[in-house]
Design a protein around this ligand. Structure first.
Ligand SMILES: NC(=O)c1ccc[n+]([C@@H]2O[C@H](COP(=O)([O-])OP(=O)(O)OC[C@H]3O[C@@H](n4cnc5c(N)ncnc54)[C@H](OP(=O)(O)O)[C@@H]3O)[C@@H](O)[C@H]2O)c1
Length: 296
């Protein structure tokens, strides 16, 4: 779907987009800045983040765009980043969990987790929980998680691919299923607060994530590239969920092209089990009354 620019005034709003130095994250950040929000680009590389921030400020005329460094595959980095953010900002109106890793080879992070799981599940999980006080501090808080229709294959008994033969695509898809399930759990727990949590499918976009592949996948990308939309078009639903008045009260839903679509991953017991696992893997206890999560 072609991007339809929103005519919304976001001045006074603070927004954060992870993985905003390129691809859809950058276009999401640009649109939020164009509408007047103060935008934090949460990027793995400080230099790339700063270049993107300068480019966005230049193209939108909004100078309140800044980069902050975070490596989402490292919980230590996420904790340091969130503390730094909470010291600098009183509130957060929009958090777009956009960044993701997609790798062909199994990698283990220095904290001992399979890299897709660390980057796409645990990092955003910790980040979102740490930022909840800021999200609740404004009139509304919107958590937007970029997922994919291709999510699936999660095995809660082997999230680290220790037992099964590793597949990069499999690990990516499973991590995207998990992040959706954690979004539903979060939306449920935040139901009595002004904070909403939604997930979306952006569609097929030729970015590094899809084109930096080898073997049969490279041929597949070549053959299907005519179906791809631009990064801005792919970012349309994320931008809409982050900024449109229509989406303000929507929560716990999965979206495609600004429309709610069915999500298969809503089994309460599996969600509960995953959420307990994520708490164990991140050393977070359950926040009491949605307060600041405590380290165990
Ligand atoms: N492209 C598609 O067709 C498609 C389809 C469905 C869903 N999606 C989802 O859309 C979102 C955006 O993807 P995209 O296609 O725009 O990808 P992209 O252009 O490859 O951008 C990915 C972003 O994630 C960042 N990132 C990766 N690992 C990180 C880490 N450890 N810490 C912090 N940032 C990290 C990257 O930073 P670096 O520059 O430092 O690597 C980059 O900014 C992802 O969630 C993806 O799963 C994409």
């Amino acid at each position: 779907m072609a991007h339809r620019p929103l005519e919304v005034d976001l001045s006074g709003h603070v927004a954060m987009v992870t993985g905003a130095n390129r691809g859809m994250g950058k276009e999401t950040a640009r649109e939020l800045a164009r509408m007047g929000a103060q935008v934090v680009l949460a990027c793995r590389s400080k230099g790339l983040g700063e270049s993107a921030a300068a480019e966005i400020a230049n193209s939108t005329g909004n100078s309140r765009v800044m980069a902050m460094q975070v490596d989402l595959s490292s919980q230590a980095s996420v904790h340091a980043f969130a503390s730094d953010f909470l010291e600098r900002f009183d509130k957060l109106d929009v958090l777009v969990n956009n960044a993701a890793a997609s790798l062909a080879i199994r990698e283990i992070t220095s904290e001992g987790f399979e890299r897709h799981w660390a980057t796409n599940v645990l990092g955003p999980y910790v980040l979102t929980k740490q930022l909840l006080p800021a999200l609740k501090a404004g009139d509304e808080g919107r958590i937007v998680t970029v997922s994919t229709l291709a999510a699936g294959g999660l095995d809660l008994t082997d999230t680290q691919y220790e037992r099964r033969r590793y597949s990069g695509t499999g690990a990516y898809r499973a991590s995207k299923q998990a992040s959706r399930m954690l979004t539903w759990e979060l939306a449920d727990r935040l139901i009595d607060t002004p904070v909403t949590a939604n997930a979306l499918n952006p569609g097929y976009v030729l970015t590094e994530l899809t084109t930096n592949v080898s073997g049969p996948l490279k041929l597949l990308v070549k053959l299907t590239s005519f179906k791809a939309v631009t990064p801005l078009d792919g970012a349309d639903t994320a931008i809409w969920l982050a900024a449109s008045p229509e989406a303000k009260r929507e929560t716990g839903k999965f979206w495609n092209k600004r429309r709610e679509v069915r999500c298969r991953f809503r089994e309460p017991r599996a969600i509960q089990e995953l959420s307990k696992l994520a708490d164990r893997q991140t050393g977070l206890t359950r926040p009491s009354a949605f307060g600041r999560p405590q380290r165990r």
